[in-house]
Ligand binder design. Sequence first.
Ligand code: HEC
Length: 147
Amino acid sequence: MKKLNFALLALLSLTALSASADVANAVKLEKKYATFAKNANPEYAGPSAVDGKFFFNRKIKLANGKEAACASCHTANPADQGKHMVTGKPIKPLSPMVNHKRFSDVEKVEEQFTEHCNDIIGSDCTAAEKANYIAYLLTEKTPSTKQ
Ligand code: HEC
């Protein structure tokens, strides 16, 4: 599994992500993950924001018996500022539509995906899950509160 991640990272790094971080990088990354997902499973029908939203909010029972989802820290609206469920520290909005720094550094993205997916679902997310996740985040552009 680890080996696969490094291979994926190496391939992803080949996509020249421009230094000026904006939403184009998130779109590129979404497409890249979708290509990997299709290679792994020809039946993958392309990034699905609906599946991404479901995944984002899906509560999973952790080893300690508590339930958590990506939304537990990133909040139900990824265009909003998040709040770490353990430390209470603020987290900048995850949606690249409101926070253009998101999904611009491929190494950071892979690292955070691996870490958070392991925390919540107990393994790394698949390329399909990552593509769907970014597709969903790209649809969330309206913060629900003034920040
Ligand atoms: C325990 C709290 C917590 C949970 C639960 C959580 N995250 Fe995060 N997430 C963070 C923090 C903290 C950061 C980094 C904040 C920063 O860079 O400003 C982050 C950042 C990220 C990033 C980096 C995006 C970028 O380009 O900067 C990704 C991707 C991510 N999370 C995916 C997920 C996914 C997928 C899940 C659910 C499977 C999830 N997170 C659940 C706390 C959490």
